[in-house]
Design a protein around this ligand. Structure first.
Ligand code: SF4
Ligand code: ZN
Length: 278
C-alpha cells in the first residue's frame, strides 16, 4: 500500500499533468510565505521537475511584509529554500512604499489590503526578473472557502478564476496552483512527514483570515470523506462553464502595472496609507 507521502505527491503530480502547469523552458517563481502550504507546493514542484527531467528553472520568492514576526518568517523561508535546493529572491514591501502598521489602520480588512499588495508584487517582481509563471500554495480548502464567499456575495464571475492554471495576459504573468486537489490538513501532514520546516500563524493578523469558514470546510469533510474531492471537481467544471473574463486591462496611470481602473488598487492603497497619521 502506498504511504501518505506517496499518495499526496501522486495527487499533486496529477494536477501538474492534467492542467499542464509546467512547460519546457518555464521560469517559475515559487511564492514562499514560510507556512506549510507554499512550502509543500514548492517541495512537490521541485520534486516533479527533477524526477521528470523537465527543463524548468525554479526560484523561491519571498515578500517580507515588515511585521514584527517577519524576521523569523524570513529565516524559515531561507531554511525551506535550502531544503528545496533552489535559489531564493526576497523583497521588502517597505521598499515599495508599504507600511503594514498604517495599512492595518485603514477602514478595510487588513487581509484584503495585504492580498492587493501581495498580488501586485508577486506579479511585478517575478515578471521584471524574467519569470513566466508564479506558483502559490493556494489549496482546495482556500478555493472552497472563496467559492462559498463568492456565492454568498454574488460575485459569480470570480469563480471563473478557480483553476489550477491562470494564464498570463500582457503584463500579468501566469499563476499556477499545484495544491488544487489537496487540503490544508494534508499539507501540514506532508510537511511534518518530510521534515520541511514551517511556521504556523506567523502573521499577527492570521486569526482574522483563518476564521469560521475553514472550520466549516473541516466539519463537512469530517462528515463526508469525499467532500473535498467532489467539491473541487464541481468547482473546476463550473469555472470552465463560466464566460472568460472580458474586462480589458490597461496600464496604471501612476505605476504602469496592469489594472482595470485608471489607478491600480496598489497605488490607491499606498495613497490611502499616506493619509494615516503616525
Ligand atoms: Fe496578510 Fe497576515 Fe492576512 Fe495573511 S494573515 S493575508 S499575511 S495580513
Ligand atoms: Zn499603480
Amino acid at each position: 500500500m502506498k504511504s501518505f507521502v506517496e499518495r499526496y505527491e501522486g495527487k499533486v503530480f496529477r494536477v501538474i499533468e492534467k492542467f499542464k502547469l509546467l512547460r519546457e523552458g518555464d521560469k517559475v517563481f515559487i511564492a514562499l510565505s514560510g507556512g506549510k502550504d507554499s512550502g509543500a507546493a514548492g517541495y512537490v514542484l521541485v520534486k516533479y521537475v527533477r524526477e521528470k527531467g523537465i527543463d524548468c528553472e525554479l526560484t523561491a520568492f519571498h515578500m517580507n511584509l515588515g511585521l514584527p514576526s517577519s524576521k523569523e518568517v524570513e529565516e524559515v523561508v531561507k531554511e525551506q529554500a535550502k531544503k528545496l535546493n533552489i535559489p531564493l529572491v526576497t523583497c521588502n514591501v517597505a521598499d515599495y512604499g508599504v507600511d503594514m502598521a498604517k495599512i492595518a489602520q485603514l477602514p478595510r480588512p487588513i487581509c484584503s489590503s495585504c492580498g492587493v499588495i501581495k498580488r501586485y508584487l508577486m506579479n511585478k517582481i517575478p515578471r521584471e526578473m524574467g519569470a513566466t509563471k508564479v506558483a502559490t500554495g493556494h489549496h482546495a480548502d482556500d478555493f472552497i472557502v472563496f467559492f462559498f464567499k463568492d456565492i454568498l456575495g454574488g460575485n459569480f464571475s470570480w469563480i471563473a478564476k478557480f483553476t489550477p492554471l491562470l494564464p498570463g495576459k500582457g503584463k500579468s504573468i501566469a499563476r499556477i496552483r499545484p495544491l488544487f486537489w489537496v487540503g490544508g490538513r494534508e499539507n501540514k501532514e506532508f510537511c511534518d512527514s518530510i521534515g520541511l520546516p514551517y511556521l504556523e500563524d506567523a502573521c499577527p493578523y492570521a486569526h482574522l483570515e483563518r476564521g469560521k469558514w475553514y472550520e466549516i470546510v473541516e466539519y463537512m469533510a469530517s462528515k463526508q470523506p469525499d467532500f473535498r474531492r467532489r467539491m473541487m471537481i464541481g468547482i473546476a467544471k463550473l469555472a470552465e462553464l463560466l464566460p472568460e473574463e472580458t474586462q480589458t486591462l490597461r496600464e496604471c496611470e501612476k505605476c504602469g502595472e496592469p489594472t482595470s481602473t485608471k489607478v491600480c488598487a496598489f497605488c490607491r492603497l499606498v495613497q490611502a496609507q499616506k493619509e494615516v497619521k503616525s
